[in-house]
Ligand binder design. Structure first.
Ligand SMILES: *[C@@H]1O[C@H](CO)[C@@H](O)[C@H](O)[C@H]1NC(C)=O
Ligand SMILES: *[C@@H]1O[C@H](CO)[C@@H](O)[C@H](O)[C@H]1NC(C)=O
Ligand SMILES: [Cu+2]
Length: 252
C-alpha cells in the first residue's frame, strides 16, 4: 500500500501543473516585466499543460483565441532578451528561439505569424550523459529510482532563459517565439510535449540582412522527425549527433 501511494503521488506530481512550465515574464535590461505585459498569454497559462498537437495553429504562439492584448517592447538589434520560466524546465529536450517579422499592415501586437515567416535564431544541443541524451542547461538531476527508472530525465533548473536578438536583423516589429520540446516520453508517437510563448518586440538598428530559411507553424515539424520521435533513454554513443527539429539556425 505504501509503495502504491508513493507511486501515485509521484505520477500526480509529474503530470500536474506543478511540474510543467510556461514562459510568462519578459526580461530586458535587468528588468523582469509583469506577466503577459509583452508576452502573449498562452493557452496553458493557468494549467501549464503541454501541447501535443504539432499540427495545430497554436504552434505559432501557443495562444488561445481570447488572450489579452499585450504591449510591444522596444529593443535594439544585438540586445539580449530573456524569459522568466513559470514553473521549471524539468524535462529533457531542446530549447529553441524563433522570430517572425510582423506581416504587412500589422504590428507585433496584431500579426498572427501565419505563412513561411519564422526563422530560427537559437537552439540547444544535447550531450550524451550515461549513454542518454541530456540537455546541459537543466543540470540538477533528480533521481527517482526505483519508482520510475525512466524518471532520470527529470531535472530542475532553468528558471530564466535568454537569447540575443541577431545584431544584423533589420529594424521592424517581430514576434520572438521561445519553445521547449520535452522528449522524455517521445519514444511514443505523438508524445513530444511543446511549451512556448511569443514576445512582442519593436527592433531598432541598422541591420539589413535577410533572415533565412523561413518556415511555417504548423508545418515546420512532423511527428516522425528524428528529433521528435526518438527514445532519448536509448544507448547513445558519445559522438551521437541529435538532429534538432525545424530549420537551420540563421546567423548574421
Ligand atoms: C535599455 O538599456 C539601454 C542602454 O542602457 C537604454 O538605452 C534603453 O533605453 C533601455 N530600454 C528599456 C526599454 O529599458
Ligand atoms: C499531424 O498530421 C500528420 C499528417 O496528417 C499526421 O500523420 C500526424 O499524425 C499528425 N500529428 C499529430 C501529433 O497529430
Ligand atoms: Cu511533461
Amino acid at each position: 500500500m505504501f509503495r502504491i501511494g508513493l507511486l501515485i503521488a509521484f505520477v500526480a506530481s509529474i503530470s500536474g501543473s506543478y511540474s510543467h512550465y510556461v514562459f510568462n515574464n519578459l526580461i530586458y535590461n535587468d528588468t523582469t516585466y509583469p506577466e503577459w505585459q509583452y508576452i502573449r498569454r498562452p493557452w496553458n497559462y493557468d494549467t501549464y499543460f503541454p501541447l501535443f498537437d504539432l499540427n495545430s495553429t497554436q504552434m505559432r504562439c501557443f495562444t488561445a483565441s481570447n488572450y489579452p492584448r499585450a504591449s510591444i517592447l522596444p529593443v535594439e538589434a544585438g540586445d539580449t532578451v530573456g524569459f522568466n520560466v513559470g514553473g521549471r524546465i524539468i524535462h529533457q529536450g531542446p530549447l529553441l528561439f524563433y522570430m517572425a517579422q510582423a506581416g504587412l499592415g500589422t504590428t507585433a501586437a496584431t500579426t498572427v505569424g501565419s505563412g513561411q515567416s519564422w526563422f530560427k535564431i537559437w537552439e540547444t544541443q544535447p550531450e550524451v550523459v550515461d549513454n542518454e541524451l541530456a540537455w546541459p542547461l537543466y543540470n540538477l538531476m533528480v533521481h527517482a529510482k526505483p519508482l520510475l527508472t525512466r524518471a532520470k530525465h527529470l531535472r530542475l533548473d532553468a528558471s530564466e532563459v535568454f537569447v540575443q536578438i541577431p545584431p544584423c536583423l533589420p529594424s521592424g516589429d517581430y514576434l520572438l517565439r521561445v519553445e521547449h520540446i520535452a522528449l522524455h516520453i517521445a519514444f511514443d508517437y505523438g508524445q513530444a510535449e511543446f511549451f512556448g510563448s511569443c514576445a512582442q518586440l519593436r527592433v531598432s538598428g541598422s541591420g539589413s540582412q535577410v533572415p533565412s530559411p523561413k518556415v511555417a507553424f504548423p508545418g515546420a515539424y512532423k511527428s516522425t522527425d528524428p528529433g521528435i520521435l526518438l527514445d532519448i533513454h536509448d544507448d547513445y554513443p558519445s559522438d551521437y549527433e541529435y538532429i534538432v527539429p525545424g530549420p537551420a539556425v540563421w546567423t548574421c
